[in-house]
Design a protein around this ligand. Structure first.
Ligand SMILES: CCCCCCCCCCCCCCCCCC(=O)NCCO
Length: 587
C-alpha cells in the first residue's frame, strides 16, 4: 500500500515538475512570439506609412511636371523676401498656383537633402486654384504657402508625434490655426518632421527618420520643431508654425538661423494641436510662427490675431495685433544677460547678445544688466518637476508599446530608474559630474507624488513668477535679451548630455512670457578659439565645449523677451535690433 502511495506521490511530483518546466519555457517563448508579432506589426505600419508618403511625393512630382512652369521663374519666386512676394501676389504679378509650385518644388529638393518634410499636403493645389479665382484677395496671407509641424491636426491626416501607434488615426477637422490660415488666404502645403514625443531638441523618429541641419549635416536642426526650422532655413518655406514647451520653436530657429516666436499661452488658439502634455497645465506648451524674415514673422502673427480666431475659440481673449505697440517710437529699457547663473553661454552666443545690445543702444534705447533669479533651482524644481509632473507616466505609456527612437532613450532610461535607486546614483553620479543641479534634475523626472504635492508645485511656480516680475518691474524693463541656449547647433545624438543648456529657453515657459528667436550672426573662428576659456569642470560644461568644436559658420540667434501678451513688443525689439545692426552696417 505504502509503495503504491509512494509511486502516486512520485508521479505527481514529476507532473508538477513537468508543468513547471513547460511553464518556465512556454511563458518566455510565448512572450517572445507575441513580441515578435507585435514588433512586426509596428514595422509593417511604418513601412506602409513610408510607402504612402513616397506615393504622395510621386503624385506631387507628376502634378508639378504636368504644370510645366519655368524653373528659373520658380527659383526667383523662392528667393523673394516675404514683403515682395506678398506684393507680387496682391498685384497679380504671380498667381497663387505658381507660387505654390515654386515652394513645392523647392521643398521637395530641400527634403531630399535634409529629410525635413514628412509629407506633402495634396489639397494645396485645389486651394491655390480657388484663390486664383478670387478677385478680392482680402486675406493677409493671400497665396502664401505655409508649412506645418506634424502635430497640427489637419482633416484627413494623422498626427503621430513620431509614435507608430498613432499612424492612421485620422483627424476629422482642421486645427483652429489652420482654419484661420486658410481664411487669411494661406496655403498649407507640407507637414514637417519632429522628434518622437516632441520632448527634446533633436529631430528624429522611427517613422520619418532623422532631419539634418542645413548648415552641417552631422548636426541636428534642433527640436521639436526641427523639420520646420530646417525647411525654412534652406529656403523651402517662407512661413511655418510650431509649438514650444521648453524651447521647441526658439531652439530650432537658433540652430538653423531662422526667425521664431513663442507666444504667451492664450494669445493663439491651441485647439487642434496634438501634444502629450495637454493635461499638464502649469507649464503649458504654446504655439507660434517661424519665418525666413522678420516681415514674415510679423505678418503671420498679425494674420492669426483676427476676429475669426476669436469666433472659433471663445477661450482666447480678443486681442488683435496692436500696431501702435509694434510701431511705437518710445525709447525702451532692455535688460540683458549672457550667463543665467547655471551654465555660461558659449562665446558666440555671448557675442550675439552684445551685438544686439550695441544695436539697441544705437537706436537710442537703454540696455542694462539683468540677472534672472534662481535659475538652477527654477530648472530642476519648477521646470523639470512640472513637465515630468506625473513621473513621466504619460510619456512612458505612449512609448511602452511603440518603437522608442534613439532620441528618447536617455530620458526613457532616466525616467524608469526607481526613486530609491536615484538617491544611491545621485551620490555616485554627483561625484563624477561635479554638478548637484544635474543630479537633482534626475529626481525631478519622478515628478509629484500626490495632488497635495502638485498644489505645492503650483504655488511654487506662482511665487517664482511673482519674484521674477518684481525684479523686472523694479528695474522698469520693457524687455530682456539673452541667449536662446547656452550653445549653438550640436551633433546628432548629443542632446541628452546637454539638456542643462536649455535653461535659457525653459525659463520663459515657466514664466509664460512671449519670446522671440532672432538670427544675428554666425560662429567665427575667434569664437571657437575663445572656447579655450570656457569652463569644463561640470558634465554639461564639458559636453557643451566638446559639441562646440567645429562650429564655425553655424547660425547664432538671440532671444528677445517681454511680458505676457506683449508679442508686439517682442517683435518691436527684434525689429529695433535688426534696424540698429543695419544702420551700423552689420546685417
Ligand atoms: C519616457 C521618456 C520621456 C521623458 C520626458 C521627460 C520630460 C522631462 C523634460 C525633459 C527636458 C525637456 C527638454 C525640452 C525640449 C523642448 C520640448 C518642446 O518645447 N516641445 C514642444 C512640444 O509642443
Amino acid at each position: 500500500m505504502s509503495r503504491v502511495l509512494q509511486m502516486v506521490e512520485e508521479s505527481s511530483y514529476l507532473t508538477i515538475a513537468k508543468v513547471a518546466a513547460i511553464t518556465l519555457v512556454a511563458i518566455p517563448v510565448g512572450l517572445s512570439i507575441q513580441r515578435y508579432f507585435w514588433r512586426r506589426d509596428l514595422r509593417q505600419k511604418v513601412w506602409q506609412r513610408q510607402t504612402e508618403c513616397q506615393v504622395a511625393f510621386k503624385k506631387l512630382n507628376d502634378d508639378l511636371n504636368s504644370l510645366n512652369f519655368d524653373q528659373e521663374k520658380l527659383q526667383a519666386i523662392c528667393d523673394l523676401p516675404t514683403s515682395e512676394l506678398k506684393e507680387g501676389l496682391q498685384s497679380g504679378k504671380y498667381s497663387a498656383l505658381e507660387v505654390l509650385a515654386a515652394y513645392q518644388t523647392k521643398a521637395q529638393n530641400v527634403t531630399k537633402r535634409l529629410n525635413c518634410v514628412t509629407e506633402p499636403i495634396l489639397e494645396a493645389e485645389a486651394d491655390a486654384k480657388s484663390l486664383d479665382e478670387d478677385t478680392e484677395k482680402e486675406g493677409l496671407l493671400h497665396g502664401i504657402p505655409v508649412s506645418l509641424k506634424e502635430n497640427y491636426q489637419l482633416k484627413g491626416y494623422d498626427c503621430t508625434m513620431g509614435l507608430v501607434n498613432l499612424i492612421g488615426k485620422l483627424w476629422e477637422d482642421d486645427a483652429v490655426l489652420i482654419k484661420v490660415l486658410k481664411r487669411q488666404g494661406a496655403i498649407p502645403f507640407v507637414r514637417t518632421n519632429i522628434p518622437q514625443i516632441m520632448m527634446t531638441y533633436e529631430c528624429s523618429n522611427p517613422i520619418y527618420g532623422r532631419t539634418d541641419n542645413p548648415f552641417d549635416a552631422s548636426r541636428t536642426p534642433g527640436g521639436s520643431t526641427g523639420g520646420e526650422a530646417a525647411l525654412i532655413a534652406a529656403g523651402g518655406s517662407l512661413i511655418g508654425f510650431g509649438s514650444d514647451i521648453g524651447g521647441s520653436i526658439r531652439v530650432p530657429s537658433h540652430f538653423c538661423g531662422c526667425y521664431g516666436l513663442k507666444t504667451t499661452l492664450g494669445r493663439f488658439s491651441r485647439k487642434g494641436t496634438t501634444s502629450l502634455s495637454q493635461g499638464q497645465t502649469l507649464v503649458s506648451g504654446t504655439i507660434g510662427p517661424m519665418a525666413r524674415d522678420l516681415d514674415g514673422l510679423v505678418l503671420a502673427t498679425k494674420a492669426i490675431l483676427c476676429d475669426y480666431m476669436y469666433e472659433l475659440d471663445r477661450s482666447i481673449p480678443p486681442l488683435s495685433f496692436r500696431d501702435e505697440i509694434f510701431q511705437s517710437k518710445r525709447p525702451l529699457k532692455i535688460g540683458y544677460y549672457v550667463n543665467d547663473g547655471y551654465l555660461q553661454s558659449v562665446p558666440a552666443c555671448q557675442r550675439a547678445v552684445m551685438m544686439a545690445k550695441t544695436a539697441l543702444e544705437a537706436q537710442g534705447h537703454t540696455v542694462i544688466s539683468f540677472d534672472p533669479p534662481d535659475v538652477p533651482w527654477m530648472w530642476t524644481e519648477l521646470y523639470m518637476k512640472t513637465v515630468a509632473g506625473d513621473g513621466c507616466r504619460t510619456f512612458l505609456e505612449a512609448l511602452q508599446k511603440d518603437i522608442p527612437d534613439d532620441c528618447v532613450h536617455m530620458l526613457l532610461f532616466s525616467s524608469k530608474v526607481p526613486r530609491w535607486l536615484i538617491w544611491c546614483l545621485k551620490a555616485i553620479i554627483g561625484i563624477s559630474t561635479q554638478d548637484p543641479v544635474q543630479t537633482q534634475s534626475m529626481t525631478s523626472l519622478k515628478g509629484c507624488r500626490s495632488v497635495y504635492e502638485w498644489w505645492q508645485q503650483a504655488k511654487a511656480v506662482e511665487a517664482y513668477k511673482d519674484k521674477f516680475l518684481k525684479k523686472w518691474s523694479d528695474l522698469g524693463l520693457d524687455g530682456v535679451i539673452c541667449p536662446v541656449l547656452a550653445c549653438v547647433a550640436v551633433p546628432h545624438g548629443s542632446v541628452s548630455s546637454l539638456l542643462g543648456a536649455g535653461t535659457y529657453s525653459m525659463l520663459y515657459n515657466v514664466l509664460n512670457y512671449p519670446a522671440g528667436s532672432l538670427p544675428l550672426t554666425k560662429v567665427t573662428s575667434e569664437d571657437v578659439q575663445q572656447l579655450e576659456n570656457y569652463p569644463d569642470r561640470r558634465f554639461f560644461e564639458k559636453n557643451i565645449k566638446k559639441a562646440s568644436e567645429g562650429s564655425i559658420g553655424l547660425p547664432v540667434n538671440v532671444q528677445c523677451v517681454s511680458l505676457p501678451f506683449q508679442e508686439e513688443l517682442v517683435l518691436r525689439v527684434m525689429k529695433e535690433i535688426e534696424t540698429g545692426l543695419k544702420s551700423m552696417g552689420d546685417h
